[in-house]
Design a protein around this ligand. Structure first.
Ligand SMILES: Nc1ncnc2c1ncn2[C@@H]1O[C@H](COP(=O)(O)OP(=O)(O)O)[C@@H](O)[C@H]1O
Ligand SMILES: [Mg+2]
Length: 335
């Protein structure tokens, strides 16, 4: 018995399984994403996300929430964990600035025989299979692509593929969530779309205990000393409102551990390996968090208060400065 004999019927079955016909058009579906996705700590936000997906009546509809937060804080992980808890197949669509509507829905692919076959995106595959779709980094996507999702995100729950010439209704089980980074390298999503992406769930940084558990979960082989150094660093950075995240902590620990394991005859000291990893992963500025925080707040302050004509003639603290913001002081003086 050859291995090809035993594997052939299997692959045939899975190929059949991944093809569906809608309005006479054959669609090849994407594979769900399989991963061990546990969510550690912050149980309230997981409950809020799961609540969005409940339907309380036959006429009720699930909500598609926005998961907002700094890069690396755990938004995608949260959505993965929620889909896993629901025991629904999970599909992740990575949105980018050049995502076109057909990428989001159905892509025509020219086969060798010259025929066109239609491939469903992870989003459309989730709609047909009745799974969860995470539209990851949704605010990177342009308005045209978002517009193609407008009917899906309200009570119509369908999409129209211009390329395949079909309308695809979503299964009743279909659920979605959109993650968005809070940085500026993104498109403005129009209001008519934002109003369909409700509620907004803000993912914040974990507390000390949870952050330790997250690092231990991802790096069970890390030594307690290295874990403690990293958690202290991350917590300090959260206190100073800097953006270093659990992802940064995981990366820097991984590098430090690899450096220590590299040369067993000349082991690098824990502290040196950790310091080096800090600089190489997060940049030299991460070495002095206080200084970095001060610089950031100065830059932000500078951006927030644009220079006016009066600034050319008066110092910002000059009592004669016409725009001097001293209301609070006045109030205090009056007390
Ligand atoms: N609460 C958490 N539980 C488990 N892992 C987490 C948690 N928060 C963050 N992580 C881990 O941190 C890393 C970054 O999370 P990710 O979801 O990719 O961030 P984001 O999508 O916000 O950029 C991932 O490796 C993720 O598994
Ligand atoms: Mg993400």
């Amino acid at each position: 018995m050859s291995s090809s004999e035993s594997s052939q019927p299997q692959s045939q079955a899975s190929a059949d399984d991944s093809v569906v016909t809608i309005e006479g058009v054959e669609l090849k579906l994407a594979h769900p994403y399989e991963s061990p996705g546990d969510w550690i700590g912050q149980s309230e936000i997981l409950k809020q996300l799961l609540a969005c997906w409940i339907t309380v009546d036959d006429t009720d509809l699930p909500l598609t929430p926005r998961l907002l937060g700094s890069p690396g804080v755990g938004k995608t992980q949260l959505a993965i964990a929620a889909a896993k808890q629901q025991k629904l197949p999970l599909y992740i669509y990575q949105c980018t600035a050049d995502t076109r509507p057909e990428d989001l829905l159905i892509t025509p692919v020219l086969s060798r025989g010259g025929e066109i076959s239609y491939h469903a995106s992870p989003l459309v595959s989730a709609m047909i299979r009745g799974g969860v779709c995470v539209l990851d980094e949704g605010n990177r996507m342009n308005e045209k692509s978002w517009a193609s999702l407008a009917p899906l995100l309200d009570n119509r729950r369908y999409v129209e593929s211009i390329v395949a010439g079909i309308t695809i209704p979503a299964s009743r089980q279909f659920r979605a969530a959109v993650t968005m980074n809070q940085d500026e390298s993104t498109f403005e999503i129009p209001d008519y779309i934002l109003s369909r992406l409700q509620p907004t769930l803000q993912v914040g940084f974990p507390n000390k205990q949870d952050e330790m558990a997250i690092l231990q979960y991802h790096l069970p082989f890390a030594e307690p000393e290295m874990l403690a150094l990293t958690v202290d660093f991350l917590q300090h950075s959260h206190e100073l409102k800097l953006d270093f995240s659990p992802r940064d902590g995981i990366n820097l620990l991984r590098f430090a551990i690899k450096r220590m394991a590299q040369d067993p005859d000349h082991p690098v000291a824990h502290d040196d390996a950790w310091q080096e990893a800090l600089e190489k992963c997060l940049g030299e500025e991460a070495v002095d968090l206080e200084l970095l925080a001060e610089r950031r707040s100065r830059t932000l302050g500078g951006d927030a208060v644009p220079l006016g004509l009066a600034d050319l003639f008066f110092d910002p603290d000059d009592p004669l400065h016409p725009d001097r913001d001293d209301d609070d002081d006045d109030d205090l003086d009056g007390i």
